[in-house]
Write a protein that binds this ligand. Structure first.
Ligand code: SF4
Length: 486
């Protein structure tokens, strides 16, 4: 397979990580580049507009949607309160069906388990279906680097993920990994892989992808998937897809490995009836995705399909430290992508500006929580706090509240800039003292006079008014009008 990776992908990732860690390039710089990219803007608008319209239509046609949302929240709340018990139950159920279970403390653990398994099996080709958990731990890159002696060929088989992999790129949306690419770019990437000029035609491009990927499906030694849900009661893993690739990844190779974040658990099989109805509707505006797969352990006696070996990796990677904290609700996420589609910030910048695997409102919350505030401290500020994300979230996660709490934590830990701290302290004391408030309102009315005509603010404050209106303060305050008997 001809790809621009791993060197370019590594470079892209390294640049992002360096930017975050060093503070040299943060969200603002990346966002500035993104908002000036018209092609990117058009692609995001096309995708998010269609997704939001589809979501609204199917949810409006489901009268019990608000009740399902409430139930989803309660189920996740109960799961997190008893996570240790449910994890044990899940592990026991998988082992009882002949599967193997591994608890991975972090990404390194998970990579090591898979790499050692690949060595033991003499694997050469690994097929993967879309999995945010494996993106989070950079599984492909780490396997290629740490197990380079095995000469592994790791192939993403979700069409969007495959194209991103061929381009040496990373996904920019939880559900639409290459929404940032237009047809021209996709044609270029696939033509280079084909070694010939392909027509920019959906049928032709799709047919080329199908031919190439089928070769990989039939030769794969190991198939790796994520899990949309894991059912503690039965040990079942649910994968919810639209392309059918997950079925080929889980049933053709002799070994199937699932990498699942521990928060993906639900206690009972019947709980799936709540989440499955919400997930596709919220993410893609479908009543149901095309393929909804339930896999319980390896192929049993007399069964026609399924892998001979089944391995479930239950990955923590920073999640358990959120249990019982004010940030626990971040673990309720089912990765539907709805909050990204409605977010006014994401819709301007796209996913790469966030510099992390998870983007949009949930990315702005979960990235600092998993990586540490020091590594992604600008992300909680990448929000207007309008609350659209909370309204769209099928589990009712109060993302805007969590973002505020993260900002608050930054102040408490001394991570916020001095200027910000002084500004907010000043604001607080003004709002607490009526006399000060009246004086500052009058001062504000006087100070705005020279600006009244076209209203741009001077100096660095002009960055704010460059793309926004600044409504003038009223000539008279409500209290003054009240005194005058309005
Ligand atoms: S936070 Fe809510 S809306 Fe956003 S991806 Fe997760 S479940 Fe979907």
């Amino acid at each position: 397979m001809e790809t621009e990776k791993p060197a370019r992908r590594r470079e892209t990732e390294d640049r992002r990580n360096e930017g975050i860690a060093s503070g040299v390039e943060g969200f603002n710089e990346r966002a500035r580049r993104a908002v000036n990219d018209q092609q990117l803007h058009d692609s995001i608008e096309l995708f998010t507009h269609k997704s939001v319209a589809g979501r609204n239509a199917v949810l409006n046609a489901l009268p019990e949607a608000p009740e399902l949302r409430e139930r989803a929240y309660r189920i996740k709340q109960e799961t997190m309160a008893n996570l240790d018990r449910y994890l044990e139950q899940m592990a026991d159920a998988v082992e009882a069906r002949g599967g193997n279970v591994f608890f991975a403390t972090d990404g390194e653990d998970a990579v090591r388990y898979i790499g050692d398994l690949a060595r033991e099996k003499g694997a050469k080709v690994i097929t993967k279906s879309k999995s945010m958990a494996t993106e989070e731990i950079e599984l492909n890159r780490r396997l290629e680097e740490d197990y380079s002696d095995l000469g592994l060929e790791i192939v993403e088989t979700d069409l969007g993920e495959w194209i991103a992999q061929l381009a040496g790129d990373t996904p920019s949306h939880i559900v639409g990994p290459i929404l940032h690419m237009n047809r021209k770019r996709i044609t270029e990437v696939l033509s280079r892989t084909a070694g010939e000029e392909l027509p920019p035609d959906v049928e032709a491009l799709g047919s080329f992808a199908r031919r190439r990927l089928r070769e990989k499906f039939v030769t794969a030694d190991i198939g790796i998937t994520g899990a949309n849900f894991g059912v503690a009661e039965t040990g079942t893993v649910a994968t919810i897809t639209n392309e059918g690739n997950a079925r080929l990844v889980t049933s053709v190779p002799p070994v199937h490995v699932v990498v699942m974040g521990i928060e993906k658990l639900v206690p009972r099989f019947t709980d799936l009836s709540v989440f499955v109805r919400l997930l596709a509707r919220s993410g893609t505006g479908q009543k149901l995705t095309v393929y909804t797969n339930f896999i319980t352990g390896p192929r049993g006696e007399g069964e026609l399909d399924g892998a001979e070996e089944f391995h479930l990796i239950l990955m923590d990677n920073g999640r358990s430290k959120l249990l019982g904290t004010e940030f626990e609700e971040a673990l309720y996420c089912i990765r539907c992508g709805a909050c990204l589609n409605v977010c006014p910030v994401y819709r301007q910048t796209g996913g790469h500006a966030y510099g992390s695997t998870y983007s949009g409102p949930i990315g702005a919350v979960i990235t600092p929580l998993l990586k540490g505030q020091g590594e992604a401290k600008d992300l909680p500020h990448a929000s207007s706090l309008c609350g659209a994300c909370w309204e769209a979230c099928p589990v009712g996660i109060p993302l805007h509240d969590l973002l505020l709490k993260l900002r608050n934590q930054q102040v408490e830990e001394g991570l916020a800039g001095k200027a910000q701290e002084i500004a907010f302290k000043g604001f607080e004391s003004t709002m607490k003292r009526p006399v000060l408030y009246r004086i500052s309102s009058r001062a504000g009315r006087l100070a705005q006079k020279p600006l009244k005509k076209d209203r741009p603010l001077p100096g660095p404050l002009g960055a704010w008014t460059g793309s926004r209106d600044l409504p003038p303060l009223a000539e008279k305050s409500f209290r003054e009008l009240w005194k005058e008997g309005i």
